[in-house]
Design a protein around this ligand. Structure first.
Ligand code: SF4
Length: 485
């Protein structure tokens, strides 16, 4: 009956999965190899599937597969199947659409204007509505991902006839989208008017090829220099003549930059929304110490995402920083674990606790967040078994109370432990001596993102791009909705 058991990742519990990472490069015969490196460097943004599409100047070719980047590509695929001078690549988690090869990106499609490949980071909140509308007119979709609707919008005859079809199409979309399009003669990079997900432009040395990526750690990996971010509402075209900017929409008056990119997702080496992630995380930890310090013998980071915040906490509080939890990097992500007892045991496999360092100690453990709480409880139990006398858990963001509709795969509201529970209830559930979260104001001051430009929806329920009326900036009236077709 093992087929009926839920497949769980005991450490992420379906939690905190970023939708995707993208990379593109134009103007080099090594385009596919550079793209391979660029998506490899962003593997943390998606581990379910990977893909690269290239242009030969006349046609596009793509290779996609399930698994990690180094499992999907071989040297032969990169140099022979994917020969070309421009490329885009993608790593994916499935937040919309299931984890299947048909949903792996870049999506390569042929329409009357020729081939196009699309790579998407984010989540479209009006995709389902648009899809139903297009299906009612006979469109057949080949995947279940929200991204495919973009190609159908592009191929619609009345859109093709527009002066700037891509700008026209992007104005139909609501939600989070950092997009790369590959056409035979160019890359087009676009970012939603709310600026929810990052997207940056770089360039290889000596006026070399331009590159575009979700995160600037990809630029470091390929040896490119950061130039600037793609602005909210902007399309950046890169072709043999150079790089060109145009707006498809005015930036939203209130931006919605995802603060969670800084708290958890992004690589510490990356520059996200204009500031280095490592510096932000250290400041999150410092602020946490200012807000909720307690007498203890040591500060222990929860690997790996709590590490930098723990360092900041230690520096600010003067309490020694001790790495007492060692992750086992060779444990795979997915387990078949039917019950809590199994998940508790699995923590011992994933995390080695150095009991000599925690026995009889009053420890402060710093982690980035608590989602469902069951994994956190397993970890706290393991520390208790290792002999910790007191456990004080400090979290470098506020309680996550609401789901994300913009491309982060949190649990449903009912599954979020903080959705309808007090901090004291959570403390009791995870079995620690004290629990404190960073305040919203403290978090925003560390990220240097103003309230008016930040998305804080998973903490506050304030969804700047409305999700209950997913086409609200257009119309939900059936008659008028027809205009979108
Ligand atoms: S809801 Fe949270 S995770 Fe989602 S975009 Fe907003 S800040 Fe990021």
């Amino acid at each position: 009956m093992s087929h009926s058991l839920p497949v769980l990742d005991p450490f992420e519990e379906y939690e905190k999965k970023e939708k995707c990472g993208v990379f593109g490069v134009w103007g080099t015969p090594s385009a596919s190899q550079l793209t391979y490196v660029g998506i490899f460097a962003q593997q943390h943004r998606g581990q379910e599937s990977a893909g690269i599409a290239v242009t030969t100047g006349k046609e596009l070719n793509a290779h996609t597969g399930m698994g990690l980047v180094n499992q999907v590509f071989t040297p032969r695929i990169l140099t022979e199947d994917l020969a070309g001078h421009g490329a885009i690549g993608h790593v994916r988690y499935s937040t919309t659409g299931s984890s299947r090869l048909c949903n792996a990106q870049p999506l390569l499609r042929q329409y009357r204007m020729g081939p196009v490949a699309v790579a998407h980071n984010g989540n479209l909140i009006n995709a389902q509505l648009l899809r139903e509308l297009y299906e009612s007119h006979g469109h057949i979709f080949q995947s279940t991902t929200d991204t495919e609707i973009i190609v159908h919008l592009l191929a619609k005859p009345s859109h093709v006839e527009k002066n700037d079809p891509l700008s026209h199409v992007l104005r139909h979309l609501q939600g989070a989208f950092s997009l790369l399009f590959l056409f035979p003669d160019r890359i087009e990079a676009a970012r939603d008017p709310w600026g929810i997900r990052p997207l940056s432009i770089g360039r290889l040395p000596n006026n070399g090829p331009y590159v575009v990526a979700s995160e600037t750690c990809a630029f470091d990996a390929v040896g490119a220099d950061y130039i600037r971010d793609v602005e909210p509402g902007e399309i950046v075209r890169i072709d043999d003549s150079g790089i060109f900017s145009r707006k498809f929409a005015e930036p939203a008056l209130e931006q919605a930059q995802c603060v969670f990119e800084h708290v958890y997702f992004a690589n510490p080496a990356s520059r996200v929304f204009g500031i280095n992630v490592q510096r932000v995380r250290e400041e999150l930890g410092r602020q946490l110490a200012r807000e909720s310090c307690i007498e203890a013998d040591c500060v222990i980071p929860m690997p790996d995402s709590g590490r930098t915040a723990a360092l900041g906490y230690s520096k600010e509080s003067g309490i020694p920083f001790i790495e007492a939890i060692v992750p086992n990097r060779f444990v795979g992500r997915t387990f078949i674990l039917p019950d809590q007892a199994s998940r508790d045991r699995a923590v011992n496999l994933k995390l080695n606790i150095i009991s000599d360092l925690v026995r009889d100690k009053r420890i402060i453990v710093v982690d980035d967040s608590i989602v469902r709480g069951t994994t956190t409880r397993s970890k706290m139990r393991a520390l208790r078994r290792a002999g910790a006398k007191e456990i004080h858990l400090r979290i470098s963001c506020p309680p996550i109370r609401y789901p994300c509709f913009y491309g982060i795969d949190f649990a449903t509201p009912e599954q979020l432990i903080a959705h309808d529970r007090s901090v004291e209830d959570i403390r009791q559930f995870i079995e620690v001596d004290s629990l404190a979260y960073l305040s919203l104001a403290g978090m925003l001051s560390a990220t240097k993102i103003s309230v008016s430009n930040a998305c804080t929806a998973c903490w506050t329920g304030n969804y700047k791009v409305p999700v209950d009326h997913p086409v609200s900036t257009f119309t939900t009236e059936p008659e008028q909705l027809k205009m979108f077709y």
